[in-house]
Design a protein around this ligand. Sequence first.
Ligand code: ZN
Length: 294
Amino acid sequence: MPTVKSLRMWLTHELGYRVKGDRVELAGGYRLRIIGWDRRYDDFPNREARLVFREGEFTLYVAKRVPRPARYAPKGVLAVDINEGRVVVGNSSVEVRVETPVERALHYRRLAERLQGKYSSTRYMAWLRRRGVRRRVRHFHRKAKNIIEDWARKTAHIIVSLAKQSQLAVAREDLTGLVESLRRLPKGHRTALIALGYRRLAFWMDWQAEKNGVPILVVDPAGTSSTCPRCGAELVEVGYRRLRCPNCGLEADRDSIAVLNIEGRALSQMGGSLTTPTAPQMTDVNPNRWGEPP
Ligand SMILES: [Zn+2]
């Protein structure tokens, strides 16, 4: 039996919704009470709002249009290499490693799966019919997703703040290919969570950079962990995740190699073009939570 979990709909300001005092009026005469309001954005114009129906409640998320800060001219690059177990942030002079929460999130996915397995038969999905079980399964899935999301947002914040402090540009790999190659692997919770982590971290880094006027560069990921960042020769493996260049003798950890290659690619991509700050433009901020059922 198919069930609808959530419904959403876009509303245009003035036509679909209107803000009146401490209420929001929707077309059709519905009124929602405002439950959260970020006053910092009061002077900026309203944009589209998203009306979401979830678990018996209506919520309206209103987006605002705010000017985007001008980007500074970067003094260098902070490269970000993302892989299954960790994120490596650095350049020729610094390196920071952050673990990913994939294992922690995986734990909740497994709990959900175990519950689903316990209550399903081959004939019909019995667990779908038990409200309590269904709710717990959904809770575990959401928990796993939230762990990834929180981590992505916090990690992106740390990375962008680091870059801003030293007036560096953030460089990350183009993850399209990475996510694609993960999709070709056997489907599993781990793969799905890794892909989710990649996408969310990239999303938050781009967003935070935009918000803080930090220049961001996306580089080609081909061969970043297999070619020498100093001379471009093909590296040979000399131990677990350890590589050496047969040409110039450089030897380093695979992650450090990737960071140096990303930095190098970003620097050549910049080639002086980012030394002039861009003019301020308008951008959309994250929607604020606003309404509740009347
Ligand atoms: Zn070399």
